[in-house]
Structures are given as structure tokens and as C-alpha cells.
Design a protein around this ligand. Structure first.
Ligand code: F6R
Length: 614
């Protein structure tokens, strides 16, 4: 989704903004732009459709890069209203050319405002909702009654929808204003320099001192000073400065060509980091839930809500909680949860899972759950994110920043948290013995073996390349491995653009089997557990229709060898860890198919890293 970076300080802002835009590229975008307000009061706006590199080339050609001490705002746009072209790219100016703005989010009532402004002879250049907002600010400012800050406030009080904005005004060149409602913004502070980002990625290199703007807040930076106020009134609010400990390494690919590849490999550490320190002598310590645990353990209904990959983790969570703690769990897409008549009440726990912590549907689901009086628990990767702030309590996955658009390490960390959560609940409601819980918490061997799975990379690559020209795939698994099948299929779709479906293995004969022919690869996830024999029958059904069979298993039985066109063995482990191993295999499988097709794995078409619109 769109990204924002802004700088105010004594340095040349172009290099800082361009570097920031590169850091934001992972979010997905189709055009980029930058506006700088120089000390001489001149605003220069440069925009390009396409990549940041094209913008950079444009700036170099015009000798602009060396050239601006002052304030600057920059943006990567992921088109919503209006085509992805240069005119619609941000920043946008008001008619007078005084005011310039970048915006993430959607202004829902842009149409009546546009009509009103047109009636006042305002002419529009783009098709965007954003231009309506900057024109409205300009309309108030240019009447001469309100100063810049008051004009921004007046305009924001009249718009509906979601926004994160940064605005400059050449008539008040010392001032930079940023505001948010629904769409996140972060302010970084370093002596007399200020950095604003839609997330911390463009800021972290410069400072670790951060303020996460809260919803409906704005910051007004004036010279070397700044204040935080609400959008509704000019009342100074406390400045909650936090020190963040994200590593700059998270934004560096190191020896890897793609972030996704790096992040798949990081799972050796990220799963360990996520569970480390959270267990002690058979007890599970989830500090973030402490204040609410008494209510959480008594809740008679548990809901899990999320989107995409995080929703798949939720399905695994349901299986684990029902299995270990014997409490029924309902899993619902956040986009459905927010509108359905789901029976949430003040005796419910609603677990919201989100890597980014900024997914609009998940946030709306949390709001609904909060409104119903439920206890909301966030499982989230980004401290300070909206999910972490809007939920009553929560647990962080500790996997560092995930840059690749296709989620990998966050998924395995989410299921690790859900595993701990399920065991803790089982412990609290006595549905599992202390001894069994202790056995479940013995991660040592399993964690060590993740390396062995990653060592299979070349083998997986060879198999992936064999199938890279297939048009459709089926992914089939049972029980805990049904969500793994869904996740494997999603990874393939996202980065290779090959159509893939995940199903419970037995469900395949209720329809999808009609698709099977000699060209169709079918990926079976086959742990040696109580479903083993049943899955073999499912494989036979596909085999007899000449479908290609790829098997991921921990069993060396001859029967699988005979059935499979290709077999990938993972180390023997318990069936919970098996899910993680199978997931990693499927991540690498999708990765190598996409690389084989020469696709940009980190930036798949049409996708955004954090989906901040409904
Ligand atoms: C898939 C993927 C998406 C996200 C989904 C939710 O690889 O990344 O399906 O899982 O958009 O995002 P978060 O977890 O940030 O709420």
C-alpha cells in the first residue's frame, strides 16, 4: 500500500527521501513522487509512474538531488482512486501552488467536497481523492482567515475516511504538519531533525526515538519545536517518545537476492526468538496477557480473526486450542467478521492476528469486538502498531521486520505463539496434565531440525523448476496440515501467478478432482500420523487420474515412493513441528518456481505488504 516519508531538518532532503522511498518499496506501489520546500520558499514537485528508480533518474536529470536544504515529503502510491500514472501520483498541490501534500488512505466523501470546491472555481488536475483534500486545505488557507495549522484542522474535520497525511505550505515554510486517522504515521526525532514515515522503515536508519501518532492526532513541527494535538482541537497532548529496537539489518538483504529468501532462512532464529523466554519449568509465561488472563481463561467463546496468511495461522490456532484446551474456537476472516452477525459478547475472547498490525479489516474487526465488550488479544509483529494499541492485551511475534510481500517468517512465528497460547489455556483449565504440557514445550530437537529442512533447498529447487510451467496446482493436507496446504497455495499464487487451491485432502473428491489431468501437479502433505492411510487413498484417487504427485512427508515408506512423482522428506518430529517443516518446504517451493519464472519475488504485481484500505 502507499508509503510516506518526510524530512524536516538542516540536511539536503532529497537523499533522505529517496532512501526512504526505497525502504518503502516493499509495501507495493505503482508510482512515486517527492516535493521539496527549499529555504528560498520554492516548492519543487517531481513525480513518476513506475519505480522509485525512475523518479531518482528524473531528479538526477534535472540536477535536483544535490539541491535542497529544507523540508520534503515523498510518497509511493498504490492506486485506488484514479489510474496509476504521473498526474495521479503524489504529492499533490492546491490550486494556488502554496500547499503540497502526500496522503495514505481514502477520502470517502471526496465527491461532495469536490463539487463544493468546483462551485468555488477550484480546478482539479488529477482524478484522486487526495487532491480534493489538499484543495480543501488550500481553500481555507487562501481565504486568509485561518493560519496553516487551522486550515489543515478545518479541512480534516470535514473529511470522512482514512488518512495519514503530511503537508507543507510555502507561506509558512518553517512548518510541517502530519495527521492520521485510520492510517498509521510515525514521527522520528533526532536533535533538530524530524522524520515522518508511514512505518518505521524509512526512519530507523536515522533515529530510534519514535512517537507513534495515535488515531485522530496531528503533529505540528515548527522550526526546531514540535507539538502533538488532536485533530479536533488545538490542545497539546503528551509526547510519548519510545525507543524502538528494530535492527537496520532487517532492511538489508545481505547475501540474499530477495528479502523473501532471507526471511525464509531467518526462521531458524525467528521461531526460536518467538518462544524463547516464554516458558520456564513447564510453565508458559505470556507477559502481555497477564492483566487479562483471569478473564481470558474463563471465556466460553473464542474467536480468531485475521486476513490472508494470518488467517491461515488462525486455522491452525483453532485446531491447537480445541485440541489442547478443549474450548470451541470460531475462525473468521476479519473482512467478514466486521459485518457478520458473529455472536461476540462480553464473555468472548477475540484473538486478532496480524503481521503488520495495520490491516484495515482486522482493525475494524477489533473495534467491533471491543464495542461488544469482548477481551481482544493481538498477535502481532510490530510493536506500536494499531493492532497492538487497539487490543486489550497481546503477544508479539519476535521476527523482526518482514519486508517480502509474501509473508513467511511471520506465519511460523504466529503459529508458535498460538501453540503457547493453547498450551497455557490447557494448563489453566486443567485439560492437559502438567507432564504432557512439559513434553509439548520441549522444542529443542524440533528447532534444531529447521536447519535440516532448509538444507533441502537444492532438492526443493530442482523439483520446483520441473513444475514451473504448470497452470494450476492443488495443495492437499488434513487436520493441522489443511491450513498449511492453504498457505502453500497462497504463497504460490502470490509470487508466481500460478493458480493454486488448497483443500482438505479428502474434500478434493467433492469437486476439485474434476480439474485433475496429466498436467496438473498435486502437492500432498503427508505426516505419518493417524490420517496417513486416509491420505494414501486420496493420493491413489489422483494418481489413477494421471495427476502428478508431489509429496512432503516424514515417512520413508515404500508406498509413498511408488505413488510420488517427487518426494520431499522432512526430518521426523512431532506433528506440530511437522506443520512448520512442511510450511518451510512450501515457501521454498513457491519461491523457486517464481524465481524460475524470473519474477520479482519481493514485489509481486497488484499486492501490497500492509493492506490499510478496506
Ligand atoms: C500473504 C500475505 C497476506 C497477509 C494479509 C494480512 O503472504 O502476506 O495475505 O497475510 O494481508 O496481513 P497482516 O498479517 O499484516 O494483517
Amino acid at each position: 500500500m502507499c508509503g510516506i516519508v518526510a524530512y524536516k531538518g538542516h540536511k539536503n532532503c532529497y537523499p533522505i527521501l529517496l532512501d526512504g522511498l526505497h525502504k518503502l518499496e516493499y509495501r507495493g506501489y505503482d508510482s512515486a513522487g517527492v516535493a521539496c520546500l527549499a529555504e528560498n520558499g520554492k516548492i519543487t514537485v517531481t513525480k513518476r509512474s513506475g519505480k522509485v528508480k525512475q523518479l531518482e533518474d528524473g531528479l538526477k536529470k534535472n540536477n535536483l538531488i544535490e539541491n535542497c536544504n529544507g523540508s520534503g515529503i515523498a510518497h509511493t502510491r498504490w492506486a485506488t482512486h484514479g489510474k496509476p500514472n504521473q498526474v495521479n501520483a503524489h504529492p499533490h498541490k492546491d490550486q494556488s501552488g502554496n500547499i503540497v501534500l502526500v496522503h495514505n488512505g481514502i477520502i470517502e466523501n471526496y465527491d461532495p467536497i469536490k463539487k463544493f470546491l468546483r462551485s468555488k472555481k477550484v480546478k482539479f488536475k488529477s482524478e484522486t481523492d487526495t487532491e480534493v483534500l489538499v484543495q480543501l486545505i488550500g481553500y481555507f488557507f487562501n481565504q486568509g482567515k485561518l493560519n496553516f495549522e487551522q486550515s489543515v484542522r478545518a479541512a480534516l474535520q470535514r473529511v470522512d475516511g482514512a488518512y495519514g497525511i503530511v503537508v507543507l505550505n510555502k507561506k509558512e515554510p518553517d512548518v510541517m504538519i502530519a495527521a492520521r486517522k485510520g492510517s498509521p504515521l510515525v514521527l522520528g526525532i533526532k536533535d533538530k531533525e524530524f522524520f515522518i514515515g508511514s512505518d518505521i522503515s524509512p526512519i530507523i536508519k536515522h533515529t530510534q526515538q519514535i512517537i507513534y501518532l495515535e488515531d485522530a492526532q496531528m503533529t505540528i513541527i515548527d522550526g526546531d519545536e514540535f507539538k502533538i494535538t488532536s485533530i479536533d482541537e488545538d490542545l497539546s497532548l503528551p509526547k510519548k517518545v519510545e525507543k524502538i529496537d528494530f535492527k537496520i539489518d532487517d532492511y538489508d538483504k545481505g547475501e540474499f537476492k530477495y528479502f523473501m529468501h532471507k526471511e525464509i532462512h531467518e526462521q531458524v532464529d525467528t521461531i526460536r526468538n518467538t518462544v524463547t523466554g516464554r516458558t520456564k519449568k513447564g510453565n508458559i509465561i505470556l507477559h502481555g496477557l497477564l492483566d487479562y488472563w483471569h478473564e481470558i481463561k474463563q471465556a466460553d467463546k473464542i474467536f480468531i480473526t485475521a486476513c490472508g496468511t494470518s488467517w491461515h495461522a488462525g486455522l491452525i490456532g483453532k485446531n491447537l486450542i480445541e485440541r489442547f484446551a478443549k474450548v470451541p474456537v470460531h475462525v473468521e476472516y476479519a473482512s467478514e467478521f466486521r459485518y457478520n452477525k458473529t455472536l461476540v459478547d462480553n464473555k468472548s475472547v477475540v484473538i486478532a492476528i496480524s503481521q503488520s498490525g495495520e490491516t484495515a479489516d482486522t482493525l475494524a474487526a477489533i473495534k467491533k469486538a471491543n464495542d461488544c465488550g469482548a477481551i481482544t488479544v493481538g498477535i502481532c509483529n510490530v510493536p506500536g502498531s494499531s493492532v497492538s494499541r487497539e487490543t486489550n492485551c497481546g503477544i508479539f511475534t519476535r521476527c523482526g521486520h518482514e519486508v517480502g510481500v509474501a509473508s513467511t517468517k511471520a506465519f511460523t512465528a504466529q503459529i508458535s505463539i498460538l501453540y503457547l497460547y493453547a498450551l497455557k489455556l490447557a494448563d489453566s483449565n486443567d485439560s492437559m496434565s502438567k507432564k504432557t504440557i512439559k513434553e509439548h514445550l520441549d522444542f529443542g530437537e524440533g528447532l534444531k531440525k529447521i536447519k535440516h529442512v532448509l538444507n533441502k533447498e537444492n532438492e526443493i529447487k530442482k523439483i520446483a523448476l520441473k513444475y514451473k510451467n504448470a497452470n494450476d496446482f492443488l495443495y492437499l493436507g488434513r487436520g493441522l496440515n489443511f491450513p498449511v496446504a492453504l498457505e502453500g497455495a497462497l504463497k504460490l499464487k502470490e509470487i508466481s501467478y500460478i493458480h493454486a487451491e488448497g483443500y482438505p485432502a479428502a474434500e478434493m473428491k467433492h469437486g476439485p478432482i474434476a480439474l485433475v489431468d496429466k498436467d496438473m501437479p498435486n502437492v500432498f502433505i503427508v505426516p505419518k500420523d493417524k490420517t496417513y492411510e486416509k491420505i494414501i487413498s486420496n493420493i491413489e484417487e489422483i494418481k489413477s487420474r494421471k495427476g502428478k504427485i508431489i509429496i512432503i512427508t516424514d515417512s520413508k515408506d515404500k508406498i509413498l515412493k511408488d505413488l510420488a512423482n517427487d518426494l520431499i522428506y522432512v526430518p521426523k518430529t512431532n506433528h506440530y513441528m511437522f506443520c512448520v517443516f512442511a510450511t518451510i518446504v512450501l515457501q521454498l517451493f513457491a519461491y523457486y518456481i517464481a524465481v524460475g519464472k524470473k519474477l520479482n519475488v519481493d514485489r509481486p504485481r497488484n499486492l501490497a505488504k500492509s493492506v490499510t484500505v478496506e
